[in-house]
Design a binder for this molecule. Structure first.
Ligand code: UDP
Ligand code: MG
Length: 307
């Protein structure tokens, strides 16, 4: 019998865990698959770990991985995927926003021979306009400057075959942007669109700051073109400033040199800004290189009942 692993990261999700565990158990009851449900407790400070211990004692299909602190959604996902033992691995959120009934469609596509079945979130009218707009702009910009294209709304709700999971586990980058990495790995991929559900309990763990960080990772860990953009800006600016030269010389020879204060201030401020921006872009890449060179693991497991 084929075995399916379901990996669910949980960060302060005490109100959701029993609900989603119940729903998934119901989905697998009539199916001819063996399954394991792996919860990754990403350093929760509420009753999440207690509930996971109880559940795993009650139900032999349920396992937990406890990380030593909060490592973030992407690292928690990787921890679960690295430990999963199934013939395919399904990852999903804990809060019921990823409709569990889609698992049936994913498994059907997998049986048809697809190695990756990922999902795309259709536009959700309940999400604030600001979040929708920035998300759309991010995917547009990202796809322009990167070779690996990602459809708008690509979610971390997906099924990957064991082979893909193994390749993914072998990647040692410190900056995780999993939806991009899976796309990069390739194999036969299939996309399913879905209407996101309502968060069952609790509130979102993604702040504007962490969304911005994820977006930045999605750009800088897949493309070096911002570095080239910086170079182009520098080049265009130096061409433009050389056009200014004849005017400077002309003013000098006509003796009209003291009245240029405002244009000097303008250029100093303008070029100062451009230089800082370019230094910033360089700094981001240098920082990423620094973090990567330390070769630290993406997560640390404190305790687990997976052997
Ligand atoms: N999550 C996590 N670690 C974190 C933040 C979130 O494991 O530091 C989990 C969270 O428990 C949930 C999933 O990642 O299962 C998605 O988080 P959330 O629903 O808060 O994000 P949103 O759907 O609002 O983007
Ligand atoms: Mg959510």
């Amino acid at each position: 019998m084929k075995k399916i692993s379901i990996v669910i990261p949980a960060y302060n999700e005490e109100g959701n865990i029993r609900v989603i565990a119940g729903v998934i158990t119901d989905i697998f009851q009539p199916l001819a698959y063996d399954y394991e449900l792996i919860f990754v407790n990403d350093g929760s400070t509420d009753r999440t770990p207690d509930i996971l211990h109880e559940l795993s004692r009650e139900d032999g299909h349920i396992y937990y991985i406890e990380l030593s602190r909060n490592f973030g959604h992407q690292s928690a996902l990787k921890a679960g995927m690295d430990c999963a033992r199934g013939d395919c691995v399904i990852t999903m959120d804990c809060d019921m926003q990823h409709p569990p009934h889609l698992i049936n469609d994913m498994l059907a596509k997998w049986e048809e021979g697809y190695d990756v079945v990922y999902t795309r979130r259709l536009e959700d009218k309940r999400i604030p306009g600001f979040k929708r707009m920035t998300s759309r702009a991010f995917y547009k910009f990202r796809n322009k400057i990167s070779d690996i294209e990602l459809e708008e709304g690509t979610a971390d709700f997906r099924l990957v075959d064991r082979r893909v999971a193994q390749v993914f586990s072998s990647l040692t980058e410190s900056d995780l942007f999993i939806r991009g990495m899976i796309k990069w790995i390739g194999f036969k991929q299939y996309a399913i669109a879905y209407e996101p559900g309502e968060r069952f309990s609790g509130t979102t763990k993604y702040t504007v700051k962490s969304m911005f960080n994820l977006a930045l990772k999605g750009i800088t860990s897949f493309s070096v073109s911002p570095l080239y953009i910086a170079m182009y800006i520098g080049f265009i600016m130096s061409v433009l400033s050389s056009l200014y030269l004849p005017y400077v010389l002309y003013s000098h020879f006509t003796g009209d040199t003291t009245s240029g204060w405002s244009s000097i201030i303008l250029t100093v401020v303008f070029f100062g800004g451009i230089q800082l921006m370019i230094l910033g872009i360089l700094g981001i890449y240098l920082g990423r290189l620094f973090i990567q060179s330390k070769n630290r693991p993406n997560y640390i497991i404190k305790e687990t009942n997976l052997s």
